[in-house]
Design a protein around this ligand. Structure first.
Ligand code: EPZ
Length: 420
């Protein structure tokens, strides 16, 4: 196992380029199953989660050709066995999004229970209800779900709560269903709008993506095509908070600032000094930070994936701030690790914590519980006085490509160490 060794206290400076968005790439790649034609996809982040999804497609018989580190050509004509491989599905819960395109193409899928993860139980009840509405029969066996449908038929489905991947899975299933599907209280994330635009460019008939009501007129087939993955808004926001916490001046390039309007509003209230450009954000040293409460919310609200880095920022802000994580029940499991580094945070319940700042942080040995908490601990270690050891960095690598190399470019004293 590898770990990061980080020497904190150095002000960071320089330019960092944002990669393609993990949570867009996984669905764009899944959508290649909807056609027999070749899809060429660029700006794919070279991270573990994406590589696992590509392995799943290969395992099922797709042709996956590496063009360069961030570009693949994928042809799913050869998929014969639409059964999701257990070991790989366990490594990537998001592979559940493949259910939609596989059902649309093959009408039958066997999928092992995707299981939960550290941030929450991660149920799939909305997926099951949604597919049943489209005419899919679902049998829950001991270790698998068995989905079967002679023909997907359009329907109206009302989401009981907003679900990003359930929206994307049903959107893709409805693309090839017979008749019209209306999704109500659908998720509005920019990645969903982007997915729908690409599907429409390939012959789909989708209206309303990016709003809570999406209408899909089923078509017989869609074509292949070319696609460049959109910038990762989570990386953009994470690097902005890094700059606010320990930057002298950080220029974040190749990003889409318009996807983060609520986080920018909050960071302005906190007193972070930054300018927004068309595809660039410049963050200046921000010595006077004020504590401001946070409530995470589905898009266009403050994205839950930036909650942990924001909490680290609040440890340096003056005053009390309430961190309210409304989406997941297990996304505050890093608070004890920050307190071990000298933060003063009280856990009120699995969804709420109160931060008292500013607090001086000191280097410590801590373990990354999940992707976003992992990068938050890296930011905390860069802030802290002394040396930190961040373990379980596979979690960080799942979401942030070559993050140690990129941070070193900014002057960070971070080394990737083989387990000693
Ligand atoms: C997506 O997860 C993202 N993952 C998550 O990012 C992100 O945090 C989340 O959306 C919220 O924005 C990908 O896109 C691959 P949800 P998703 O379904 O779609 C509950 C990261 O770090 N729910 O919108 O799985 C669920 O438990 C990851 O990159 C049900 O109850 O999230 C959660 O409490 C983490 N039943 C809430 O809905 C269901 O059938 C929202 O989850 C499905 C979800």
């Amino acid at each position: 196992m590898e770990h990061f060794q980080i020497e904190g206290g150095t002000l960071l400076e320089g330019e960092i380029s944002v990669n393609g968005a993990k949570n867009s790439a996984l669905k764009i790649i899944a959508s290649t199953v909807l056609t027999n034609e070749t899809c060429r996809i660029e700006n794919i982040p070279a991270i573990a989660d994406v590589l696992v999804l590509l392995d799943i497609l290969k395992e099922m018989g797709a042709e996956v050709k590496l063009i360069d580190r961030h570009t693949y050509e994928i042809t799913c004509a050869g998929i014969s066995e639409p059964n999701l491989p257990e070991l790989l599905v366990r490594k990537l819960r998001a592979s559940v999004v493949l259910l939609g395109p596989l059902l649309a193409r093959f009408g039958e899928v066997k999928m092992p229970h995707p299981g939960g993860c550290v941030i929450g139980e991660r149920p799939i009840d909305i997926f099951l209800d949604g597919f049943a509405a489209l005419g899919v029969s679902v049998k829950e066996e001991e270790t698998h779900y068995h989905f079967h449908s002679n023909k997907l038929t359009g329907a109206t489905f009302v989401f009981p709560r907003v679900s990003v991947t359930a929206t994307e899975a049903l959107l893709m299933a409805a693309t090839l269903a017979e008749g019209t599907t209306t999704l109500k209280f659908a998720a509005c994330e920019p990645e969903i709008e982007d997915l729908a635009e690409w599907l429409n460019a390939r012959g789909a008939k989708i209206r309303g993506a990016g709003t809570h009501t999406i209408i899909i007129e089923g078509v017989k087939t869609i074509t292949g095509g070319e696609k460049r993955i959109m910038p990762d808004r989570i990386e953009t926001g994470t690097f902005a908070m890094l700059g606010a916490a320990i930057g002298r001046k950080i220029v974040i390039t190749n990003c889409e600032p318009s996807h983060l309007e609520v986080p920018w509003k909050l960071l302005r209230q906190v007193g972070v000094r930054f300018e927004l450009g068309r595809d660039v954000v410049t963050v200046h040293q921000s010595p006077h930070l004020q504590a401001v409460n946070l409530v995470t919310h589905e898009y266009p609200g403050f994205i839950t994936d930036l909650q942990a880095p924001y909490t680290v920022l609040m440890t340096q802000a003056k005053g009390l701030s309430l961190i309210h994580e409304t989406i997941y029940e297990g996304r505050l499991f890093y608070i004890d690790k920050l307190n071990k580094m000298g933060a003063r945070i009280i856990m009120c319940d699995p969804h709420r914590a109160v931060v008292l700042g500013p607090a001086k942080l000191y280097g410590a040995t801590v373990e990354s519980p999940d992707i976003r908490a992992g990068i938050a601990l890296v930011i905390a270690a860069l802030l802290a006085e002394g040396t930190s050891r961040i373990e379980n960095i596979y979690q960080v690598d799942r979401g942030y490509e070559a993050i140690d190399d990129r941070l070193r470019q900014l002057g960070a004293k971070i080394e990737r160490m083989k387990e000693s």
